[in-house]
Design a binder for this molecule. Structure first.
Ligand SMILES: C[S@@+](CC[C@H](N)C(=O)[O-])C[C@H]1O[C@@H](n2cnc3c(N)ncnc32)[C@H](O)[C@@H]1O
Length: 160
């Protein structure tokens, strides 16, 4: 994303993708969310009827931009530097994997999905239609139980 404007698209979730994710959160009683890769989606998620939202990103400046645009401050925004990954004990109803970018941190992107596999009931994965991201998904998941899909966003039910 080049612009420092928090809005749909430009690397952020698109409006139709958000509509699907938002409906999924409502219909499946999703209350605890971990997001990997913050942005406009963090602002949108923070307005949902949820109990907990933790969002991770590798870019400190970006985190500060997102933080300054949040109207609710009960969100944990955590900076990390891959391969150091924060020690998060909690489990989540949903992990939204939207970072780090595979082009820069391919192993980091894979790690986000491995972490989600351990911790989530459902996993939303963005950039599904990008070649590099798709490769990382295929390397991590033996099979995908896709429960919803639109544009470049898929939601999978986590099979353990
Ligand atoms: C793909 S975006 C996540 C988008 C978010 N989940 C959303 O849907 O709005 C996350 C990555 O983009 C980077 N990023 C995006 N826009 C940026 C900007 N304007 N300046 C710096 N970094 C940016 C972040 O550091 C992070 O690594």
């Amino acid at each position: 994303m080049k612009k420092e404007i928090l809005q749909f698209g430009n690397g952020a979730i698109r409006e139709n993708e958000w509509n699907m994710l938002s409906k999924f959160i409502d219909e499946n009683n999703i209350k605890n969310i971990l997001e990997i890769g913050c942005g406009y989606s963090t602002i949108l998620l923070s307005k949902k009827d949820i109990n907990k939202l933790i969002s991770l990103d590798t870019n400190k400046k970006w985190i500060e931009i997102v933080r300054s645009n949040l109207s609710r401050q009960n969100i944990e925004l955590i900076e990390y530097n891959y391969p150091d990954f924060p020690n998060i004990e909690d489990s989540f109803d949903l992990v939204f994997v939207d970072g780090p970018a595979s082009s820069k941190y391919y192993e980091g992107r894979k790690h986000s999905m491995v972490f989600a596999q351990k911790k989530a009931k459902f996993i939303a994965i963005h950039d599904y239609s990008r070649k590099e991201e798709r490769k990382a998904i295929d390397e991590v998941f033996k099979s995908l139980l896709v429960v919803d899909r639109i544009g470049s966003l898929i939601i999978v039910s986590n099979q353990k």
